[in-house]
Design a protein around this ligand. Sequence first.
Ligand code: TYM
Length: 333
Amino acid sequence: MNRIFSGVQPTGNLHLGNYLGAIRNWVQLQRDYNSIFCVVDMHAITIPPHDPAELRRATREVAAGMIASGIDPDECIIFNQSAVPAHAELTWIFNCVARIGWLNRMTQFKEKAGKNRENATVGLYDYPVLMAADVLVYKGTHVPVGDDQKQHLELMRDTAQAFNSMYGVDFFPLPEPMIFGAATRVMSLRDGTKKMSKSDTSEYSRINMTDEADEIAQKIRKAKTDPHPIPETAEELADRPEARNLIAIYAALEGSETDAVLKNFAGKGFGDFKKSFAELAVETLGPIGSEMKRLTEDTTAVDAVLKKGAERAREIADPVIREAKEIVGFLKP
Ligand code: TYM
C-alpha cells in the first residue's frame, strides 16, 4: 500500500517556500494517498537555545497552517512527532545501522552547523536519521518535499536498505521522494542565490503565511530585481536569479508554468509585474493566513486534531516498531 509521510519543523514562521515547495502539494496528494503529516517538534530542538513557549506556539501554528491550507484532518493524520515515542525508538535502531560517513556528507548539517562544527549538537548531526525513522516507522512509501530535502531522502533509502540487508529481511520500503511543482526551491526575496528560510534574519527575505496584505505587498515591492525588462524565454533568465525566482513564484501561485507567465509579461518592467504579483499573492495567501490566525486564537480545535492524529499515528507505528525490535533481537517486554 502506498503511504505518504511528510513534515514541517515548528521553528519560526511558516513561509511561502514551505507552502509552495511542500504543503500545497500535500493538499493535492491527500485525495489519492493514505497521508500522514507531522509537525516535527523533535527536529525543532536540534539548534539550541529554543524557547519552550515559542515551540508550543509554533507547533500549533504549523498544524493550523496545514489545516488552513486545505489538509483535511478527518482524511489525513496530522500530529506532532514527540507524541509518538516510536520515532525516537526507531531512531536508535537506525543509529546503529546508518554510518558516520553518510552523515558527514550531509550538506544541510554543514550549513546549519556553520564554522564551529564542534559546538553543534549531536541531535543536529543525527537529524537525517530521525527523519528516516519518521517515514519508515509508518512504512511510508512516498515523501513529498521541497528540493532541499533530496539528500536526506537518499540517506533514508540507504538506511532502509542497510537495515533490510543487515537482518536479511524485506521489512522497510525504500521511500520515493516526490518533488514537483513550479517552485520546488523558493529563493530569498533579497538574494536570489539563497533559499527562502525561516532562519534568515531579514524579514524582507520571506513572505510568512500569516503576513497581512500590506506586509505581503510591501515585501514584494522591496524584493530585489534587476533593471532589465521581463524576457520572452526562460533561457534568458539563466543569469538573473532574482527575476527567475519571482517569475517561478508567480507561476506557482497562479498554478501555471514559467513560460506562461513570461508570455504574459514579456517586455514589461518589474514595477508592473510586482503590482500583479502582490495582488495574486494577497488573493492566494490572505485567506490561508486569516484562517491560521483564527485557528490559533483558541487552541482547543488544533489541540484536538493533534491528539486524535497522534492516537491514529500510534496505531500504525506501534506494530511496526514492535516487529523491528523483534527483528533486531530485543526480547519482548
Ligand atoms: P522544514 O520545516 O525545513 O521544511 C518543510 C518543507 O518545506 C520545504 N521547503 C521549501 N521548499 C521550497 N523552497 C523553499 N525555500 C523551502 N524551504 C523549505 C522543505 O523541503 C520541506 O518539504 N527536514 C524536513 C522536515 C522533516 C521531514 C521528515 C520531511 C522531518 N522529518 C520526514 C519529510 C519526511 C524539513 O525540511 O523541514
